[in-house]
Write a protein of this length. Structure first.
Length: 440
């Protein structure tokens, strides 16, 4: 009897210990606790707090509010932030960050347009051939200087997309919390990227051929998915469908409505992409879109997420690039920088994105240019925080400063869009990065 009781007691202790271990956070899940004190807080989702405190625990925002209402935990490291403004980390919902890009041939007009069209000679051995099954994560090489450049511009989250071919491949969402890739990944295979371009030296060599190729690919994927579903439902008497890796990669985008991003290099591409998206009921977004203001009427009737590139060079096919140097320069200096402002005036939602520009400082300068062209600062901030978070399905974890969200926070000397603004501190996943000195 006694041995039975002992065995029962031992079993209880063992079960209790296992339960306690399961409930306890893993070593890698526990982060330091910080108290960011005496800063001006711009939550985006609520009113500005003129003098507040933010408590960060285990990589999340634990609490925030006016200094007199927030109790600082005993284990917190104090981050003195007097004179600094706290913003949510900026999000670029479309970039080529950390992607090793081929050199651009002399005479090509737009780095954004031409990098994505990739009209360059490819090496004999193509280690990462474009296609719907390509995962861009496999070819990224994040460098500390590049990460720091994005931090200094206020960016903490980027979607990195491939940049070659028609069906370019699938992007990855990254939180810029360090140098190693795996801890940075929020979502691999975040979206399928399609560029309305042509193939150099092969099919399709015309835009009409490109459109036909894209449409036929989705038609084939729908048929492939239907055959698979029919076979799984009742295989008796049916020939097993042959496996096709390319169509297999497309199925989630036609069947499960995972995001598809069309690279639109001019106003006609916007209309073409919208037509394809409507035909196949795709969960589509339009990237680039620096001529979106020219399609405002269409976009108001059929709203679609816009990832507006901060690139102000007229596309080579645009009338602003083909009617003489004087008009091209005027378009680059005045017309294209006003794209975002014109969309805002028309009541069309959009996110601002870095695109092929890997220099965070240059991206922020282009945001300031868009503001000078008429875009309100609060609209610019929303287009770099809460709006891209919504488009990417991250609104419950990123895009605003609220308790429970990931601690992606940027502390800035001055307003983030001021010419002389300096990013002093950056938190990504609650990890602290120090940049400009903070005056005491």
């Amino acid at each position: 009897m006694r041995h039975s009781v002992l065995r029962s007691g031992s079993l209880f202790l063992l079960v209790f210990a296992i339960g306690a271990l399961a409930a306890a956070p893993l070593p890698g899940d526990v982060g330091p606790t910080y108290a960011v004190r005496d800063c001006r807080i711009v939550p985006v989702a609520g009113p500005v707090i003129e003098k507040g405190t933010i408590i960060i625990r285990d990589g999340l925002i634990d609490s925030l509010g006016p200094v007199e209402k927030i109790k600082i935990p005993e284990d917190a490291e104090i981050v003195a932030a007097e004179g600094l403004v706290a913003y949510p980390g900026l999000i670029s919902a479309f970039s080529n960050a950390f992607l090793e890009m081929p050199a651009r041939p002399e005479g090509q007009a737009s780095p954004f347009e031409e990098a994505l069209q990739a009209r360059t000679t490819q090496p004999q051995e193509d280690r990462f051939p474009p296609g719907p099954g390509l995962l861009v994560l496999d070819q990224l090489k994040p460098k500390p200087a590049a990460i720091a450049g994005f931090h200094r511009a206020g960016f903490t989250t980027v979607l990195t997309a491939p940049a070659r071919g028609i069906f370019e491949g699938q992007s990855v969402l990254l939180n810029l919390n360090g140098e190693a890739l795996p801890p940075m990944v929020i979502r691999n295979g975040a979206a399928l990227h399609i560029n309305l371009t042509t193939e150099r030296g092969g099919y399709p060599s015309s835009l009409m051929g490109t459109i036909a190729h894209i449409r036929q690919s989705f038609i084939d994927a729908e048929y492939y998915a239907a055959r698979q579903a029919q076979y799984e439902k009742g295989p008796a008497g049916l020939k097993r469908p042959a496996y096709d890796p390319r169509l297999e990669a497309l199925v989630p985008f036609v069947r499960d409505r995972r995001p598809v991003v069309f690279q639109c290099n001019n106003v006609e591409d916007i209309k073409r992409a919208m037509k394809i998206a409507g035909e196949f009921k795709l969960n589509a977004m339009l990237a680039g879109a620096n001529e979106a203001w020219r399609a405002a009427d269409v976009l108001k009737k059929n709203p679609m997420p816009l990832l507006v590139a901060l690139d102000f060079r007229p596309p080579q096919t645009s009338l602003y690039a083909t009617q003489g140097e004087e008009l091209r320069k005027k378009a680059e200096a005045e017309i294209y920088p006003a794209n975002a402002a014109n969309l805002a005036k028309a009541g069309i939602a959009f996110a601002l994105v870095s695109g092929a520009n890997a220099d965070g400082g240059a991206v922020l300068r282009n945001v300031r240019t868009a503001i000078k062209a008429g875009l309100a600062e609060d609209a610019a901030l929303r287009a770099l925080t809460i709006q891209p978070a919504r488009y990417l399905g991250l609104e419950r974890s990123l895009g605003t400063l609220e308790p429970g969200k990931i601690a992606n926070i940027v502390l800035v000397k001055g307003g983030i869009f001021d010419e002389k603004a300096q990013v002093a501190r950056v938190f990504v996943d609650g990890i602290l990065f120090k940049y400009a000195e903070v005056s005491k």
